[in-house]
Design a protein around this ligand. Structure first.
Ligand code: ADP
Ligand code: ZN
Ligand code: ZN
Length: 728
């Protein structure tokens, strides 16, 4: 009997928890050499194609005659292998997601679509013979000539030119047109040209000693107040890693990856530092990925999805602001980039450095219980003092457009000193709600359980949840009164009020609306310059920018966060307040923070003021332990949405019934989602909690096939969120 032909097992980007068998393309034989390579395969009845990854080969189990053949092999060499592939398998197992979808999430869009791996050879520029000749002749001094003289000393790398010769591209083009210079492939790696580090503070020096004393995988929590020099510690650790010939990956929050951050890294490390974020084009992202895969690039700084970059010569992983919410993917494969960084670090056998002024309670718990090394930086570097904090009790005080007189006076005094003030309110738009003063009616979104936000000074209503827009009514729809008024204040209203009060001051508003374009934030801050001025904005301002003239941070409206039902609300509010306050007085000028509140006696504020973040964290950890919430328990949230409430409830009831009870694991619900209707869909959820992680995952593994088989599942969109950060 002839042996069965070998087939390819292919992971495809479809929401089915299985792999698919294909015959190799006609005339080719399947074998281990296919593992990790992409293939284009026919899929479905429509005759469409999909790009998938070969994850196994072997003899056909069933009738090979029934199998289709793959169209083509897309990679000569494996694209995904080794540790990265193992880590993706871990993601699929831990988040209970199909491997094909995990792979599609991990790959840059161009590679996912089947495009070839970009050419990552380094290019440079060299003078031609004619160029050497021309350089000796006298000529007009200008950029092209200076570049030519430079190239006559030897070819220059494009990355190197980018860093040290701004504007070189136009000059190179001019030289090329005259046949004086040409683009060439460069050999060998670029030597680092690091800039000397500042003398470390005692805290930094101790942290470096601790970091250097270990070997292999080590999770390290670097807890340091804002401005204490954590970034300097990262830079030093990365420099060590580069000197050892290894690669480093640095994750930063979505709002933290600024040109300022990149140029600081580039200048200090003296090597090209790749950026990786959603603002890059598909081609650039694929190129950065390929650069890391080939080992040509040594340092990559990127946001959440950069955690999937290849690290064949890994030496260090850094997660800056490890508590930041943007590390959690909130749709599709709902991974947490910090947690995945730890998994990768352990598989790679390299240290993982988590840094924050306000660590997540999960990481803090791990550090306090000895599972992570815990390093602390207690003081600001370079002599800057911590800002003084003052609470403005505004009970029974009139607020004009959300601002108290005392707060306005503090802003005025700051401007008079020639310094800059930040007025922070985590709410964009003009006002959070439009209400009728006569009957209490308020403008609600027709498709969501939510108020419409007032925009454009009252001329427009926008739903921040589904994007619906409406024109405000002239009269109350319920009582026909004309007394419709925007209630409360968002950044737009604060901006107006501040402009009226300080007409001479330079005023810059920074929120999602004013920063849609990628470089918008930089432009706004450039407009502010070094002169006296006011920044008004949301949490976009909380992180990432060093503004040496900023000495006053005025926080307006902490009150919403004090009374939220979310079990993480206290942690998040404390983190946000500390981060925003950390903007004040980062340089030689002393800083001040004022908190305007109606609840000056709230225990969270008191604890924060007296004991800082560590005190709040201790309090919150005790509460979590008492209530059996993470990090003392483990959660998974099953979410469902559908056209009708009945469909959602039907599915969730069936889902609960299909849940096999086991010790220490409970399914709770169905419960309404905090927003029971959104964008016209009814929503609901079921919460699974467990005291042990393993037990949770064992229960989920059993539950998911049962969920997929439910008839009622066909009428809803559902998803499972492991370790949810938001319970809605
Ligand atoms: P963090 O990341 O903790 O907010 P940074 O590393 O950005 O802190 O440091 C804050 C400021 O202090 C920066 O302007 C930085 O250049 C400066 N700085 C950091 N370490 C030192 C040091 N050892 N000596 C002098 N200045 C320092
Ligand atoms: Zn009314
Ligand atoms: Zn809406």
């Amino acid at each position: 009997m002839p042996s069965a032909p070998h087939i390819l097992r292919v992971a495809l980007p479809v929401p089915l928890p299985r792999e698919f068998d294909y015959l190799p393309p006609p005339g080719q034989a399947a074998g281990p050499g296919w593992l990790g390579c992409r293939v284009r395969v026919p899929f479905g009845r429509g005759g469409g194609d999909l790009v998938g990854l070969v994850v196994g080969t072997g003899p056909a189990s069933g009738d090979p005659g029934a199998l289709k053949a793959a169209h083509e092999r897309l990679d000569a060499e494996p694209l995904l292998q080794g540790e990265l592939f193992d880590s993706l398998r871990w993601v699929a197992g831990y988040y209970h997601a199909p491997l094909g979808e995990v792979i599609a999430t991990a790959l840059p869009a161009a590679l996912r679509a089947g495009q070839p791996l970009p050419d990552t050879r380094r290019h440079g520029w060299a003078a031609t013979a004619a160029g050497q000749e021309a350089a000796i002749q006298p000529g007009r001094d200008g950029r092209p000539r200076r570049l030519l003289l430079d190239l006559c000393e030897g070819p220059r790398d494009e990355d190197d030119l980018d860093q040290h010769s701004p504007g070189w591209r136009a000059a190179a083009r001019a030289l090329a047109e005259r046949g004086l210079a040409e683009r060439v492939v460069m050999e060998g790696a670029l030597a680092p040209r690091p800039v000397a580090a500042p003398e470390p503070t005692p805290g930094q020096a101790a942290a470096m000693v601790a970091l250097r004393s270990g070997e292999g995988f080590r999770p390290v929590l670097l807890e340091g107040v804002t401005g204490s020099g954590k970034t300097e510690v990262y830079l030093q650790a990365i420099a060590d890693c580069l000197a050892a010939g290894r690669q480093a990956l640095v994750l930063v929050p979505e709002i933290g990856l600024t040109p300022q951050t990149l140029s600081r890294f580039r200048a200090r490390l003296g090597v090209p530092v790749l950026a990786f974020h959603s603002g890059l084009g598909d081609g650039e992202r694929a190129r950065a990925w390929a650069d890391m895969a080939s080992g040509r690039a040594r340092v990559l700084v990127g946001t959440r999805s950069a955690v999937f970059c290849p690290l064949p010569e890994a030496g260090l992983l850094v997660v800056d602001e490890e508590h930041d919410g943007s590390y959690k993917q909130q749709d599709g494969v709902r991974y947490h980039a910090r947690d995945l960084a730890l998994v990768r670090g352990s598989k790679l056998g390299v240290p993982v450095l988590l840094g924050s002024a306000t660590p997540s309670l999960e990481s803090l718990h791990n550090a306090l219980s000895g599972r992570y090394q815990h390093l602390r930086l207690g003081e600001r570097a370079g002599g800057a003092r911590p800002p003084a904090v003052r609470v403005l009790d505004v009970r029974k005080r009139p607020l004009r457009d959300g601002l108290s007189e005392a707060l306005l006076e503090a802003v005025g005094a700051c401007l008079a000193r020639g310094e800059q003030a930040l007025v922070f309110k985590n709410r964009r738009g003009y006002a959070p709600v439009l209400i009728c003063h006569d009957c209490g009616w308020s403008a609600h979104c027709a498709r969501c359980d939510a108020a419409m936000t007032v925009h454009a000074g009252g001329r427009r209503l926008i739903c921040h949840h589904c994007g619906a827009r409406a024109t405000p009514p002239n009269a109350c729809p319920d009582c026909a009164s004309l007394a419709l008024q925007p209630q409360g204040a968002g950044t737009e209203r604060l901006e107006q009020a501040l402009a009226a009060r300080f007409p001479e001051a330079c005023l810059v508003r920074v929120d999602r609306e004013t920063t849609r374009r990628r470089d918008a934030l930089e432009k706004h801050l450039a407009r502010l310059g070094d002169g006296p001025g006011i920044l008004v904005g949301t949490q976009i301002l909380a992180k990432g920018h060093d503004l040496p003239r900023l000495t006053l941070v005025a926080v307006v409206g902490v009150d919403e966060g004090l009374f939220s039902a979310d079990f993480r609300a206290g942690e998040k509010l404390a983190q946000l307040l500390i981060q925003v306050a950390g903007r004040a007085g980062r340089a030689s000028l002393p800083g001040e923070v004022v908190l305007q509140t109606h609840h000056p006696d709230h225990p969270l504020l008191g604890t924060l003021l007296n004991g800082g973040y560590p005190a709040v964290a201790a309090l919150q950890l005790a509460e979590r332990e008492a209530a059996a919430f993470p990090p003392y328990a483990h959660l998974a949230l099953l979410r469902a949405e559908a056209t009708t409430e009945a469909e959602v409830q039907g599915f969730l009831h069936d889902a609960h019934a299909a849940f096999e009870a086991r010790e220490g694991v409970h399914a709770n619900g169905p419960m309404p989602a905090p927003m029971a209707r959104r964008a016209g869909k009814a929503r609901g959820q079921l919460l699974v909690d467990a005291s042990q992680r393993q037990a949770l995952h064992a229960a989920l593994r059993e539950w998911l096939p049962a969920l997929r088989a439910l008839k009622s599942a066909r009428r809803v969109r559902w998803s499972l969120d492991v370790d949810p950060t938001d319970l809605y």
